[in-house]
Design a binder for this molecule. Structure first.
Ligand code: PGA
Length: 248
């Protein structure tokens, strides 16, 4: 079975300024980060260039969104080509805030995934059920359907990382238990095995996201199908270093 490199993404969302992000960048640049972990920070669009110019090259940078075409009359949007032009290699797509605050559909997310990959960006593709869906027992159905739309738009899985982020756990302080996370990750990997291929099931990183902290990361990281994290709130704090080093 392919060894999966542990992957920790920070999602700064719409937070920070040059002063506070500069301080965070200094903390990350000077910290002892576990060599075996791939680290990527998702910066607000206007600070992408700032983040890329100031972060140590061993730390990747991600845009938090992008549009589905290369250029044109799309006020306020940015394209994968522009992201690449700024030296940035990743984009987060399908985040629950894009889905549920900004109303992005599965179809649009799929089109964005396809276009980002065509432009050689790595994609952190997010999926996850809402509380009412979990309570109705439809977690798997929701997560498989979201993954299917992503899969329909992926040719090369080596550039894709999946992030399972239960919506009820995002920004709520209500982390999924290690058992809850492992259960969904394991089922998702089995779904990938059945519907995509053994190779992709063995190699694709499945991150957990939702109220990950320095205090809970080690136990989550100990689960066999948890291959890393996508971290919101705690990625803005020095404890992000502890999360990066969760498997160290
Ligand atoms: P959180 O956010 O860590 O603040 O819960 C996670 C995310 O939205 O990716």
């Amino acid at each position: 079975m392919a060894a999966r490199t542990f992957f920790v993404g920070g999602n700064w969302k719409m937070n920070g300024d040059k002063k506070s992000l500069g301080d965070l960048i200094t903390t990350l640049n000077t910290a002892a980060l576990h060599d075996g972990t791939e680290v990527v920070c998702g910066a607000p669009t206007i600070y992408l260039d700032f983040a890329r110019s100031n972060l140590d090259p061993r730390i990747g940078v991600a845009a938090q969104n992008c549009y589905k075409v290369a250029k044109g009359a799309f006020t306020g949007e940015i394209s994968p080509a522009m992201i690449k032009d700024c030296g940035i290699d990743w984009v987060i797509l399908g985040h629950s805030e894009r889905r549920h605050v900004f109303g992005e559909s599965d179809e649009l997310i799929g089109q964005k995934v396809a276009h980002a990959l065509e432009n050689d960006l790595g994609v952190i593709a997010c999926i996850g059920e809402k509380l009412e869906e979990r309570e109705a027992g439809t977690t798997e159905e929701v997560v498989y359907a979201q993954t299917q739309v992503i899969a329909d738009n992926v040719k090369d899985w080596s550039k894709v990382v999946l992030a399972y982020e239960p919506v009820w756990a995002i920004g709520t302080g209500k982390t999924a238990t290690p058992e809850q996370a492992q259960e969904v990750h394991e089922k998702l990997r089995a779904w990938i095995r059945a519907n995509i291929s053994d190779d992709v099931a063995d190699s694709v990183r499945i991150l957990y996201g939702g109220s990950v902290t320095g205090a809970n990361c080690k136990e989550l990281a100990g689960q066999p199908d948890v291959d890393g994290f996508l971290v919101g709130g705690a990625s803005l704090k020095p404890e992000f270093v502890d999360i990066i080093n969760a498997r160290a």
